[in-house]
Design a binder for this molecule. Structure first.
Ligand code: SAM
Length: 279
């Protein structure tokens, strides 16, 4: 077990700063203060980040950390941090590590006992989900499906029994094919396309997959998050499975009532159905 505190100077700290996903004014005062304090800002795209920093009048040393150099670049950044330099990482938009580089940097930093701290901001999938009207208590973020159709369909086969709201990222040139694949594998479920979030053309398109797939491709431009209702067919979860889950919790010391509540909430199954099975 390892514990790190972000604010007591007991560790060197790597900062991860979330940046705007479209509307450039969506950057917090804390993000700006942190940027100001840094010696080096590592970025997925130094040109993009340069524009953002310029807007706020910062002139900082920038260092490029992208998907294909993440390992070597993170070793260099870690050596800087251990030599007392203040370093933050930003990806092109939203949070580093969310369908963007950042994970290896964090993993390598933690191995070297460097604390990692996040400066909050927007992320496309959180913005999209909370306004989607689909269930927000339980969701599954998948990010991008593979570009190859056969592989995308194979992944969807694994996801089709999930009861949580499913969340995907997609680029405009593949959106139509993706919607066709979603419709084919998941069936005609309710879904939402959240397009151009925080920008002037922000749009939510809510409907059944059969309706979304019929939209003219030309209308689906820009950046998009696609969300699909989870599998609502309760019969995909067997009676025996539910009984076993309740019994497991009861054996661990929970009351039957609490165990039923937890299993019902976790697997999104009607409480009365579980009660009938175990009481
Ligand atoms: N790190 C980012 C985050 O935290 O959301 C995600 C970066 S990922 C490379 C880019 C994808 O995120 C886009 O293809 C799109 O699916 C989604 N995205 C980013 N900005 C968006 C926006 N303003 N509106 C809708 N989707 C967006």
């Amino acid at each position: 077990m390892k514990r790190t505190k972000s604010f007591d100077n007991s560790h060197f700290v790597l900062y991860l700063i979330a940046t705007p996903i479209g509307n450039l004014s969506e950057i917090s005062e804390r993000a700006l203060t942190t940027i100001k304090e840094m010696d080096i800002i590592a970025a997925e795209d130094t040109r993009n980040t340069g524009f953002l920093l310029n807007r706020y009048g910062f002139s900082k040393e920038l260092f490029s950390l992208r998907e294909h150099n993440e390992n070597e670049a993170s070793s260099y950044l870690i050596s800087l941090i251990k030599n007392g330099k203040k370093v933050a990482y930003v990806s092109d938009a939203g949070y580093p590590g969310i369908s963007d580089p950042g994970y290896l940097l964090v993993k390598n930093a933690l191995k070297e006992d460097i604390a990692v701290s996040t400066i909050s901001g927007p992320s496309a999938f959180i913005n999209a989900l909370v306004a989607s009207g689909l269930e927000t208590n339980h969701f599954y973020f998948h990010g991008f499906l593979p570009a190859k159709d056969s592989e995308a369909k194979e992944e969807l086969e694994f996801l089709k029994d999930k009861r949580e709201t499913l969340i995907f990222y997609e680029s405009p040139h593949r959106i139509h094919r993706m919607l066709e694949n979603l419709f084919e594998i998941l069936g005609d479920r309710n879904a939402v396309i959240a397009r151009e979030l925080t920008k002037l053309n922000e749009e939510y398109i809510r409907g059944a997959l059969s309706e979304l797939v019929a939209i003219n491709e030309q209308e689906l431009k820009g950046e998009m998050v696609v969300m699909v209702e989870g599998n609502k067919q309760e019969e995909t979860i067997s009676d025996q499975f539910l009984i076993d889950k309740v019994n497991n919790l009861v054996n661990k010391g929970l009351s039957k009532k609490d165990a039923i509540d937890i299993v019902s909430d976790h697997f999104m199954v009607n409480k009365n159905r579980i009660k009938k099975l175990v009481l």
